[in-house]
Design a protein around this ligand. Structure first.
Ligand SMILES: O=P(O)(O)OC[C@H]1O[C@H](O[C@H]2O[C@H](CO)[C@@H](O)[C@H](O)[C@H]2O)[C@H](O)[C@@H](O)[C@@H]1O
Length: 278
């Protein structure tokens, strides 16, 4: 599957495709010339948006939605958000904008702004299991529950001392249910219990097998452990990846923080304008 997709990658004008070791600025300049052969894939929390104390407190800075909209147009619709959040949540954050997206770490996918989710890889989580996991929040004030329907996330950014106790409590519940098809996904101050069998990389591979993404070179930016599967998938898809806030295996470059990602995306848009005019 990976090979067949890679072999269908548009051999993007070689002079335009960024070379290894190039500066982020030069990469933006080169990518701007071949956006019609690229797919732009962007993680949300910690990549596009600054991290906030709680999931509800994130904020979309002025200009970001317009930048994403322009990139969506310049790639003929091949821009997608790739997130651990549910599609519903993504839409609330970016409202009134809507973008193609992979939600729930690959549980859900929407191929175009106007379409509904085309893939739902996860049935609702068993209610009894959810109740047991939710009770873990009683361990300490400050532990927040995020119910995504098919998964449950326990956030401890406001109760960092509770991290060990949360993971221990989750392990005990899992030990009780050795055959349950679930896995624990550690994120930034969050412990998520999700169905096994998919991740962001499976979501991205599936997305890239559909129009308008099919045959394009993906450019992915992500910050978290949960983005590493996508970093690893990029070479097989003929794409490149960038990390945020830390070095990661196999990435072509690193941004220090989300505001640098936003500024780089804006440069990409502006370089694109300049090359369209010349
Ligand atoms: O894949 P992403 O788009 O990066 O989403 C990952 C998780 O992001 C959210 O949690 C994280 O961001 C919150 C807001 O900044 C922060 O308070 C929390 O500590 C982080 O873990 C979201 O709530 C999760 O569902 C996503 O899986």
């Amino acid at each position: 599957m990976i090979e067949s997709l890679a072999s269908r990658v548009i051999p993007a004008r070689e002079e335009a495709w960024p070379v290894e070791g190039a500066s982020l600025d030069l990469i933006a300049e080169k990518l701007a010339k071949c956006l019609d052969a690229c797919a732009i894939l962007l993680d949300i929390d910690g990549t596009l948006l600054d991290l906030a104390r709680t999931p509800r407190e994130v904020w979309v800075p002025p200009g970001l939605a317009a930048t994403l909209r322009t990139l969506h147009e310049r790639t003929n619709g091949a821009l997608a958000l790739v997130s651990g959040r549910s599609l519903n949540d993504i839409d609330l954050i970016f409202a009134p904008e809507r973008f193609p997206a992979i939600g729930g770490h690959g549980a859900e996918m929407r191929l175009s702004i106007g379409s509904e989710a085309v893939a739902t890889h996860a049935p609702p989580m068993d209610q009894e299991l959810k109740r047991r996991l939710a009770a873990i929040a009683r361990l300490s004030p400050g532990i927040l529950l995020e119910d995504k329907g098919y998964s449950l996330a326990l956030h401890y950014r406001l109760a960092p001392h509770a991290e060990k106790a949360i993971y221990e409590a989750v392990s005990l519940i899992r030990a009780d249910l050795p055959n349950a098809p679930i896995e624990v996904l550690p994120g930034k101050c969050v412990c998520e219990i999700k169905p096994s069998g998919f991740d962001k990389a499976t979501g991205v591979r599936e997305l890239m097998s559909h129009e308008p993404f099919l045959g394009r070179r993906p450019v992915f930016i992500g910050d978290d452990v949960t983005d590493e599967s996508v970093f690893a998938a990029m070479p097989g898809l003929g794409g490149i990846a960038f990390s945020v806030g830390r070095h990661a295996q196999g990435v072509a470059g690193q941004f220090d923080e989300p505001s640098h990602v936003r500024a780089w995306l804006l440069r990409l848009v502006n370089y694109g304008k300049a090359s369209a005019a010349s």
